[in-house]
Design a protein around this ligand. Structure first.
Ligand SMILES: [Zn+2]
Length: 248
């Protein structure tokens, strides 16, 4: 499929097959999500969140388990199990981490089934799975299949969700060392608190010298503290949906 057609498909996908959740509670919510997830996210990233009494969402592709990704060690089975046992939220990220807008429906379905089987094999609950599209790549057909399969699906377009959120294409903001400035962090957390909206951060590795797709523990800690200081709740994606779904 050529680029123009893919763009048209994505434009169509953002406007159709929506599952809008009203965001009308007493506080804004900030969620921290970790894609792939590198070992450092499962270690240092988890430590930062737990230090503030918070939990996050880790989107796991079973095909990356025990693999090197961009020269960095990915999660182990033990990492994923420890996260789940500690109350963190484990989501699906396909098995092979291929962009879904390049897959046939049959191939995408088998990717999702394979990752579900991977989770079942290591004792991760699969009754209510959430999803993030690898590389944020989705189009009409992949959004439809994900909507049929998962409780929520996350994409990578940034910004705070205000008033409502499309559960089939949750927007998220990069928490990358190279792009996140103190001013941007303050602006985002102020905005989500004021509008009582939902801000979902995503990153990858969490270490002192992160990749261009990761952040330092200090930046993650600053973002958690900024969210809490602004009066927001910090919740993993599944608990955020429960929060928004419950009437006051
Ligand atoms: Zn990924």
């Amino acid at each position: 499929m050529n680029t123009t057609l893919l763009k048209a498909q994505r434009w169509l996908a953002t406007r159709t097959m929506r599952c809008d959740l009203a965001l009308n509670r007493e506080a804004g919510v900030v969620s921290f999500s970790f894609d792939d997830a590198p070992h450092t996210a499962c270690d240092a990233g988890r430590t930062v969140l737990e230090k503030s009494g918070c939990h996050g969402t880790w989107y796991i592709a079973g095909g990356l388990t025990d693999q090197l990704e961009q020269g960095r060690m990915c999660h182990s089975v033990r990492d994923v199990q420890d996260l789940a046992h500690s109350g963190h939220h484990i989501g699906c990220h396909t098995y092979s981490h291929n962009p879904c807008d390049r897959l046939s429906q049959t191939d995408m379905a088998s990717e999702l089934a394979r990752n579900k089987a991977f989770f079942e094999g290591i004792g991760i609950p699969t009754a209510d799975l959430h999803f993030s599209f690898p590389l944020g790549a989705f189009h009409w057909a992949s959004k439809r299949l994900a909507a049929q399969t998962f409780h929520t699906s996350r994409i990578t377009g940034g910004g705070v969700q205000v008033g409502h959120a499309d559960l089939n294409a949750l927007r998220s903001e990069r928490l990358y060392q190279q792009v996140m400035t103190p001013e941007r962090l303050a602006q985002l957390t102020h905005h989500v608190a004021q509008t009582k909206g939902w801000l979902i951060f995503y990153t990858h590795d969490v270490e002192a010298s992160p990749s261009q797709w990761g952040c330092t523990p200090n930046l993650l800690d600053a973002a958690v503290k900024a969210a809490l200081d602004a009066g927001c709740k910090v919740l993993p994606v599944n608990q955020a949906v429960q929060y928004w779904s419950t009437r006051e």
